[in-house]
Design a protein around this ligand. Sequence first.
Ligand SMILES: [Zn+2]
Length: 229
Amino acid sequence: MELQPFFFRREGSIVGLRVHPTDSSAADEVNQFALRPLKSEEFAVFTLDLCHNQIDRHFSRFPDEELETINRLVVGRPLMERHDLRGSLPRGTFFRSRLHRDDDRTSVRPDVYVLRTPDNASFILNIEGGVYRETSIGFAFQTPECSVCGRDLRTCDHVPGRTYGDVLCHSIMRNVLEVIEGSVVASGSQGTGFVAGGRSSSFPDALESARSLYHRPIELHTSRTWARE
Ligand SMILES: [Zn+2]
């Protein structure tokens, strides 16, 4: 049976903002995405700490090589405002990204630009004022690898969060296929959840339903034949 990719949202944080980009390279890089040259006062730049290589509270983590993939795929992707009742138009565009290393913690830190349009004014103000300070990344990946046995977690019986010997079972998220969007959410909200079939659920729930799907008996429909005497 072919296992479907997981669609996942994961939380991060906004680590910095630049009201006016200090480095002149920012405007040049932003203008690769603009149809006319923008002046630096026409946009705000924010730096996001989008995802990292540590085990999170959902007992999952990215290996370093997948962070490199995300670092590459996020450029050009939209920044959204979650729970925006007016629809799903992007607020900004990720225009460059780098890997940030801090001891053994590595994270993906993309820069996003947001146009200073009247419509974006309150969005920018909410970030500048520290109300919107959490982010989430929406992405698809193929394989939740079990840290205990190395198999796809949907096909083994190890439970993320439980310790086996001295190994903490967690999901190593491998084969990232796509970065869908980054979002800014109000602080304190649940930025992370699996999205399956249009519904959002927690990692244990998503794993449980994926496992039961995998272990569901296969029904064979055979055409009936009549034995002749
Ligand atoms: Zn396992």
